[in-house]
Design a protein. Sequence first.
Length: 595
Amino acid sequence: MRKLSRRTVLKALGAVTAAAALYQFSPKGSILKSLSSGQETQLPTPQTENRIRSVCQLCPASCGISVRVVDGRAVKIEGNSLHPNNQGALCPEGLAGLQVLYNPDRITGPLRREGGTWESISWDEAIGLVVSRLRELRDQGQAHTCVFMHDGQRGPMTDLIARFCQAYGTPNSVAVGNVRADGPPLAHYLMQGWNDHAGYDWENANYLLCFGGSFLEAWQPTVRQLRAYSHMRRGRPGARAKMVQIEPRLSVTAAKADEWIPITPGTEGVLALGIAYIVLYEELYDKEFIEDHTFGFEDWTDEAGEEHIGFRTMVLRDYEPEKVAGITGVPVATIWRLGREFAANKPAVAAGDVSEQTNGLFSQMAVQALNALGGSVAVPGGMIRQRDVPLTPWPEVVLDRIAAQGMAMPRVDYAGTEKYPLAESVYQAIPGSVGRGDPYEVGLLFLHRTNPLYSGPNVRGFYEAFDRIPFIVSFSPFMDESSERADLILPDCTYLEKWFYASLEPSLGYPVLGLVQPVVEPLYNTINSGEILLTIARELGGSVAASFPWADFEELLQFRLRGVFEGGRGLMVRGSFEEFWDELRARGLWYDPPY
């Protein structure tokens, strides 16, 4: 038996004494003490309590939420059971949204850098500084040197920023987004004519070849993906979809898949064409779909008499399994088996994201070609195009002479030129352009929901670029790395304090719109960035103000959402727009489920 030392006994007694003291003065201890003494304890009673439905904005998934509000204070966030995306479930990040709202590090009002320190100023003064700088650039014929970097997420701010840039006279609305996520939309654009991510009918799929996609970790919307994974595995009695993960590392998705295929990095597209070889060689492809919905499958001769090699000939000539195995590191037998399994287990889907390589776009197109061979496009259990929410179209922008001249100038990131012909934005090119002053010096930089000094692919280059830009304005509600280098901060509200709307990321196929509405009054002297932009446009006057005829941001949202009401479809009230608006606020969403 181990002997206790005097030192150990004294330490234990000290711990017990401290615990007893803490308990005595704790709320629970006080309540029990008063009960034991016969005294009546009066607990505070909430005066008002309600639940407000809104949409989480902590990631692009835009899950529906229900916020419990007691006496004007948000106390709990839960999932909105009416939202078809998350159906009442919510990830840990969404549940912790109150930590954003009540974060003690929030910026509480507009700030101006003065002599190396931050100085609090009024909103009138802050907006006056921005308007003064914008007018100065326009008067000098330099409107195009204004650059507006933003997150590029779905919703009214991306459209509003692009509209502001056009009305002001700069082509430089630069969406940051996810650099490696640009490949799939471009592949769809080149092969099917629409530039966006695809949705998938996972619930009815029988087989999934996932090329490098983070199906369970980062595929948006994440909660929807987790539900789909569960349904594919156990949601259909007697049927279980097989999931094959193809990527170099053993990721979470690879570990949870039925099979993990390790592969040499950057060769995923070669394997996709190797699998296509099996499907073509054994004539297992969907001949009806190929005949009705594709071109370039067989060899052909154009009007000038020039002969062209078709997809079938190219694959059978260049991608035999032995050659593919040598390039990818995937065994020949495995390639044959994958090709036969993919063709035999319809509906089968090939998906993922392999666009982070220099050959990424072509690899993504090779993966997409498997869906065409399997006839897995726009069918139950296949890939589907997400239908858009029928919002009221934006009115035409009013352009004066200065705006027209500015919009004719090249973009600072050269997106859409011969250098980057398919890109809408190339924010990673900005450090080089600013550093060289090519095609021109940047006179003003706006930052909205982006922090390139932390997340940019060339952080050092962005630091050097920031040093060359004479005036930087940040809308961040927190003092992040980029805001620390700004000259002016116009702090945005959090998503729990403002109006917004969010369309669902491509997933379910049918249109879903969530209404973001304030659940509490703004805690600090902060303003919705959309409201700030409308105010700046009005202060600039002229054609810029004429392009923004809405009195405030809420009126702008109602203008856009009137198109949903007038469409007469989906979840709606068949009455006046006011009734539709009240119902939308009560439910927190609208959707049109039939695909």
